[in-house]
Each structure stands twice: as structure tokens, then as C-alpha cells.
Design a protein around this ligand. Structure first.
Ligand code: GLA
Length: 726
């Protein structure tokens, strides 16, 4: 059993393959957090609740009759506001009396097989055999608010998910001012906080720094997750490296304003909260109404950050990406954006498809520019009807011509956006988000549609449905190229304006759900000016997300390495483009560490380049399973080394290895040995290029000598090696 309850000791234990999480129901029904870390066989954990004597400034509840218990000191399972715990609180409820004192106590629990979905929200899923769930019911006696804490344990994968459901069981309305998805109190603060930050064109830079006393956090208030911070934090224990030591990963399955806050107190404990950003958040609950938080994913690794990443790489395709394309082979695509921008017509696209066919490419994606009067990025978002001046003979005709070549067809949408210069805006100016009395800011010449409103979503759904249902479309790229300002909805009363941002996200999820349910066989790829909304919430609907508008292969190394901290490579949209740095070989090698595709004008290639692309297309098929299903090892990260970057995929049965090395710039000397990882030391592996055979032990302990003949030496050069067990 992954989840057990010890009646006598009143302890819940949630065990995965390699971790234990424990909660105590203490006197007066306080829920106390006991432990999260490496797996423990014991039940005798009560002593873990104590964290030293407290002084006169720490409040306590006399009914508890324990001189060592104060909510200010002890590790609390789900911290609440204003009732003795002065650290950051996960929950704060404003009751009828107007104050925000909140104090939840245990009422009951149930343990069951499987995992429930979350109403209106993306969430991990599992069969009854794959997971077990604990639901703990608590109540705030004064407001009558019931708080259900949900924990699902994926025993075989070392993962837990958590979420919170708040139900107004009282007689008057309440206002939630903060509801985090999870709270974790750890008994030390000597961790490094590891997270990903960035901007447009430079997403996912890795940041690792020690925790400090006080509160540190990463947040978004952009309405979307944004490129500035990914909703992920790892805490790396002292000595944690890429492959050794303890790391905890915390990831939020959410695509809007998020917060991951960590408070280190004077006793050097750390409390981590993960959930919806409380800034600009208020949620009114009438009696009987329910609020559901997004889901947090937690992973514990005793094998460093690499082990943590590999667990998430396995978890997301198996338990979060609900698309059939999570497991189906994806067609090798070419996208029109960097090849043509807005300058295309039906004949040019058919030419692209013809040339692509000769290269072994399987799908053409028509990017931005096919609808309304969209001749540039100033107009027409919202007008999702085919521009027949560009696509003469209509879309069906174009798709037929492309399909006749044996090439599949994909299309671009930006469903949440509206240009002031559009028919939709002229008909419904109030559908663009704006606060009363204020002009709305413009970003990329566009505004955001009020997705909190059903009639807006219905309109966009109907427009999309018409085009998609009447045409043979295999793929959709769902873009989102600006963030939300002057946030308010004309459809919400003043006392509910604090609900706007979360309702926006729920609206987007609703529209994505309707499109993916209506067209379950379409491969959906998300995008937000590159990786501006690259989060697990989006992965639920789309198994791949365009990682960055930056297609320079050297820049892509840090973007994709960063993303691999918490996302599988199968989720990272990566294309070979005409960017000037490096030759096709390195562009191919880097894009192969992602979904792989092309984004260039296939008519402008030399014969030699075409041969190279045909070779890459063959490699795409040859290594598809190894890359998608194998274990990914970051061998040398561009964040730690500015000269070269190396990585490797190892098949699950350890019979195959694909190793890639890229020279970013010249090192001081050119002698270099790289040790491989994850092989079977007792097996022998043949280098498929040279025929040389080496033991796994040699490849891992001595390594391969990158100074030998045939190894890359020039800036931007690269080499990929395939080893197969003999
Ligand atoms: C965004 C995307 C690009 C492309 C353009 C089209 O910038 O990231 O890939 O689709 O929009 O306008």
C-alpha cells in the first residue's frame, strides 16, 4: 500500500518507490507535517514534529497541553493565516466578520485507489492500479469553510501530486484571499534553490543559489506563466550534483499567475508554498460553492537533479499529456514562419510541400497569415476565416494539393487574441480586456480577448470549428503572443473582479478542452512567442510546446538544457532554421534533442544541404524511440561550461546510447575526455561509426577521448555517436 494510516499514532504515510511523506493528526486536530524525503520503513515518526523550544513571542493553544507545540514553530501541514503561524500562509479566508483569521483542523479522511480529476483544470491522471489518493477533510470552525487536502501517490515513479478543494460549508459568503496548492515545511534551509528564468528569445536559463533567511519567490502576474520564470523550483540539498545527492522538485500544473514562495525562518527551516499568485487574487464563495486549486507535482530524487528530471520526463507523457500524440509517432514537419513570414500564397506553400517531400519531411505547417486581412502583425486576429486572396481556391483545395503529395497539413491559430483592426473588434469592442475608464495597453498591436466570458469562447470555438471541421487538418499550433494588462471583465461584478485572472485561465482551458475533444486526433502544439507559456498545464492539452523563437542552435543549447530540468525532450518544439551560426549538422543535432522539424525555405537549399537533410530525416526515424523513450543525461551543461555541451540518451534496456557533443567556442586546450552515464558496466558497446567495441565500464569510468581524430574542433561543430550493445 502506498498510503497507510496508523490509527494508534495518527500518522499518514505516503510512500513512493523511493520517498516517504508523513503527516500527523496532533492534539486538537492540528495537522502537523512530519517528513518528506528518502523512504523510511518506520512508523515511529511523531518525534519529528518538534523543532526546538519556543519563547514568549510564539503563540500557542493551551488546550494542546504541550509546551513544545506552537503553530509558529512546528511544521504545519497546510499553513493558515492569523492563528499562531506567522510564517507565509497557504490559506487565508475572509469571513463574514471581515477578518482573515483562518484555522483549519482535521475532520476525517479517506484513502482510495486511482486519482480524481480536478474540475475545469488540467491534472495528472492514473488508473486504479497506478496511483492511490488520500483526501483529508479539515474545517475552519468559525466560517464553516471546509478544506480538502488531496494527495495522490504514484508509487512506481516517485511522484506525488497535491491540490486543495475549498467548500463554503458556512451560512454566509466568504472571500478566499490566498489558496496555495501545496505547503511543504522542511527542517533545514541549507538548500540551493534551482529555477529557470528568462525572457523572449532566451528562455529557461538555469539559476542556482543558496536559500537565504526571509522570503524568496518566483512569480508571474502576467496572466500567463510567462518566459520570465517557469512555475518550477527544485531544492538541492548540500552536495547535490547532476547525478548525486538529494533534490526535491515542485512544479505547478497551471498556465496563469503562479507563485512559488520559500520562507526560511530564524530556526533555519524552510517552508515552500506553490500555487496561484495571491497578488490580484480574490475569490468569493457563496454558501455551498467550491473552489479547486491547480495541482502541484512533487518529486524526490536521491540521484541528483538528473534523477529528478528523468522522473518528470517519464511522469508527464504517462500521466499528464492526455493527447494520443503523447505516445504516437509524430510526423516530421516543416513550418512556414521563418521561411516566408506573412509572404505566402497557395502556390508557394505547395512548392514548399513538394520540396519538403523530396527531403523526407512529412507535414507542412502553415503559420501565421492565412486568415482575414492578415498581411502583417497589425491586423485580423479574431477573424478566423480563410483569406482566399492569398489561398486562391480556398483552404480545402490547398490542403488537397498538399495531401496529394503525401504531405500532412497543419495550421496556426492565436485564439485568445484580437487586433483592434479586425472585424471581430469592430463588432465587439467590449470583448477585448480593459478596465473601465482606462485605455488598454497594446503589445504586438493586439489585445487579449476576455476568455472569462462564455459568449467570447463560443464565438472563437465556432469560428475555429468551422475551419477545422471542413478541412483535413492534422496539426494546430496554438499561439499566445501577449500578456494581460488592465485586467478586468465587463461581465464580472466589482466584488468578483479579483477572480478575473484565474477565470481567464479556466476559460482558456475550457476552449482548449473543447477543441481537443472535438478533434482528438489533431496534434496540438502550444506556443507563446516561443516558450512564454511552457508549463505542465499546457502539456495536458498539447504534448509539445514551441520552446523558443530563438532557433540559433548555440542559444538553443541552454534553452533546451534548461527546459529539460523539468520537461521531457519530446515536449520541446525544436526546428532547424536558416539561422546563420553553425552548419546544418549541428542544427540537426540540437533540434534532434527536441521534437525536431524544419523552419526554412526548402527551395533555397543546395544539393549538398538537401542530402544532409535527407540524412537527418532518416536519423529522426532511426533514433525516434531512443530519444523519446530513453533516459536523458545532461553530461556537460552550457550553464556550467562555455566551451562545449554534451548529452546522451540511453535506451531503457541499456542496449543503445546516442551521444552528442557540440563545440560552442574554443577551449584553452583541446584535450578532453567525456565519461558516459547510465550504461551497463558489464556489457560491451560497439561504436556504430568505427566498429570499435568498448565495455560499458570503460565508457563510464575512463570515458571517450574527444581529442582523437574525427572529433569536432571548430566553433559550432558537433558530433553524434551511436553505441549499440553487442
Ligand atoms: C510567435 C511564434 C512564432 C510565429 C509567430 C507568428 O512569435 O512564436 O513561432 O508563429 O508568432 O506570428
Amino acid at each position: 500500500m502506498a498510503i497507510t494510516f496508523n490509527e494508534e499514532k495518527k500518522i499518514f504515510k505516503l510512500d513512493t518507490r523511493d520517498s516517504t511523506y508523513a503527516i500527523l493528526i496532533y492534539r486538537e486536530n492540528y495537522l502537523v507535517h512530519l517528513y518528506y524525503g528518502a523512504k523510511l520503513p518506520d512508523d515511529n515518526l511523531t518525534g519529528l514534529m518538534y523543532r526546538g523550544r519556543f519563547d514568549s513571542l510564539s503563540p500557542y493553544n493551551p488546550k494542546v497541553e504541550d509546551p513544545l507545540f506552537s503553530p509558529d514553530i512546528n511544521p504545519m501541514e497546510y499553513s493558515t493565516n492569523g492563528a499562531g503561524d506567522f510564517r507565509i500562509s497557504a490559506l487565508s479566508v475572509r469571513g463574514e466578520a471581515g477578518n482573515t483569521v483562518t484555522d483549519i483542523r482535521y475532520v476525517s479522511h479517506r484513502i482510495f485507489s486511482g486519482k480524481p480529476g480536478l474540475s475545469g483544470l488540467p491534472a495528472a491522471f492514473a488508473s486504479e492500479e497506478e496511483a492511490q489518493t488520500l483526501e483529508v477533510e479539515t474545517v475552519d470552525a468559525v466560517t464553516g469553510v471546509k478544506v480538502f487536502l488531496l494527495y495522490t501517490v504514484f508509487e512506481d515513479l516517485g511522484v506525488m501530486t497535491r491540490s486543495v478543494r475549498v467548500e463554503n460549508g458556512g451560512k454566509s459568503p466568504v472571500e478566499l484571499t490566498r489558496v496555495y496548492s501545496a505547503c511543504v515545511d522542511l527542517p533545514r534551509m541549507d538548500y540551493d534553490m534551482v529555477h529557470l528564468y528568462g525572457r523572449w528569445n532566451k528562455e529557461n536559463s538555469l539559476n542556482r543559489h543558496p536559500l537565504m533567511h526571509g522570503i524568496q519567490s518566483i512569480r508571474s502576474k502576467r496572466g500567463m506563466t510567462g518566459a520570465n520564470h517557469n512555475p518550477f523550483v527544485a531544492l538541492a540539498a548540500p552536495g547535490c550534483t547532476e547525478e548525486t545527492g538529494e533534490a526535491f522538485g515542485f512544479h505547478l500544473v497551471y498556465s496563469g499567475n503562479f507563485a512559488i514562495d520559500i520562507e526560511c525562518d530564524t530556526r533555519e527551516f524552510s517552508r515552500l508554498l506553490i500555487g496561484i499568485n495571491p497578488e490580484d487574487f480574490r475569490w468569493r464563495l457563496e454558501p455551498g460553492e467550491v473552489f479547486t486549486s491547480p495541482e502541484a507535482v512533487m518529486v524526490y530524487s536521491s540521484q541528483g537533479l538528473g534523477g529528478m528530471s528523468r522522473t518528470l520526463h517519464k511522469f508527464y507523457p504517462a500521466h499528464l499529456m492526455r493527447s494520443e500524440w503523447a505516445h504516437k509517432k509524430r510526423p516530421l514537419l516543416i513550418n512556414s514562419w521563418e521561411a516566408a513570414y506573412f509572404d505566402f500564397d497557395d502556390d508557394k506553400l505547395v512548392e514548399f510541400a513538394q520540396k519538403a517531400k523530396e527531403l523526407g519531411i512529412e507535414m507542412l505547417v502553415m503559420d501565421d497569415g492565412w486568415f482575414g486581412n492578415r498581411c502583417d502583425d497589425h491586423r485580423a486576429l479574431g477573424d478566423w476565416y480563410v483569406n482566399e486572396k492569398k489561398l486562391k481556391g480556398g483552404l480545402s483545395n490547398l490542403i488537397q494539393r498538399v495531401n496529394d503529395l503525401g504531405i500532412k497539413f497543419g495550421i496556426w491559430y492565436e485564439p485568445e487574441m484580437i487586433n483592434p483592426d479586425s472585424d471581430l473588434y469592430r463588432a465587439h469592442p467590449d470583448w477585448a480586456i480593459r478596465a473601465p475608464g482606462r485605455e488598454h495597453s497594446i503589445s504586438r498591436y493586439q489585445c487579449v480577448l476576455d476568455m472569462t466570458r462564455k459568449e467570447v469562447r463560443d464565438n472563437i470555438f465556432e469560428q475555429m470549428y468551422k475551419v477545422i471541421s471542413q478541412n483535413h487538418i492534422d496539426y494546430i499550433k496554438w499561439d499566445c503572443n501577449r500578456h494581460i494588462t488592465e485586467a478586468a471583465s465587463a461581465a464580472l461584478p466589482p466584488e468578483r473582479q479579483g477572480e478575473f485572472f484565474h477565470r481567464y485561465v479556466l476559460g482558456v482551458y475550457d476552449l482548449m478542452d473543447r477543441i481537443t475533444t472535438a478533434f482528438p486526433h489533431i496534434l496540438l502544439e502550444n506556443c507563446s512567442s516561443g516558450g512564454g507559456r511552457f508549463d505542465p498545464g499546457m502539456l495536458y492539452y498539447s504534448p509539445q510546446i514551441w520552446a523558443s523563437d530563438n532557433t540559433d542552435p548555440i542559444e538553443r543549447l541552454s534553452i533546451q538544457f534548461g527546459a529539460s530540468l523539468c520537461y521531457p525532450v519530446s515536449a520541446m518544439g525544436a526546428h532547424v532554421s536558416a539561422s546563420p551560426r553553425t552548419g546544418l549538422k549541428t542544427k540537426g543535432a540540437v533540434a534532434m534533442c527536441g521534437t525536431f522539424g524544419y523552419e526554412l525555405d526548402p527551395r533555397k537549399m543546395t544539393e549538398e544541404e538537401k542530402d544532409q537533410v535527407r540524412g537527418q530525416a532518416a536519423d529522426y526515424h532511426r533514433y525516434y524511440d531512443l530519444i523519446r523513450k530513453g533516459d536523458f543525461y545532461r553530461l556537460v551543461s552550457p550553464a556550467e561550461n562555455s566551451f562545449h555541451c554534451e548529452w546522451e540518451f540511453v535506451s531503457e534496456d541499456q542496449s543503445e546510447v546516442l551521444f552528442t557533443s557540440v563545440i560552442m567556442r574554443q577551449p584553452e586546450h583541446n584535450f578532453y575526455i567525456q565519461r558516459l552515464r547510465g550504461l551497463d558496466p558489464d556489457r560491451y558497446y560497439r561504436d556504430e561509426d568505427t566498429g570499435e567495441v568498448y565495455s560499458g565500464a570503460l565508457l563510464m569510468n575512463a570515458g571517450i577521448n574527444l581529442s582523437g581524430d574525427g572529433w569536432p574542433r571548430e566553433d559550432g561543430d558537433s558530433l553524434t555517436k551511436h553505441f549499440v550493445a553487442v
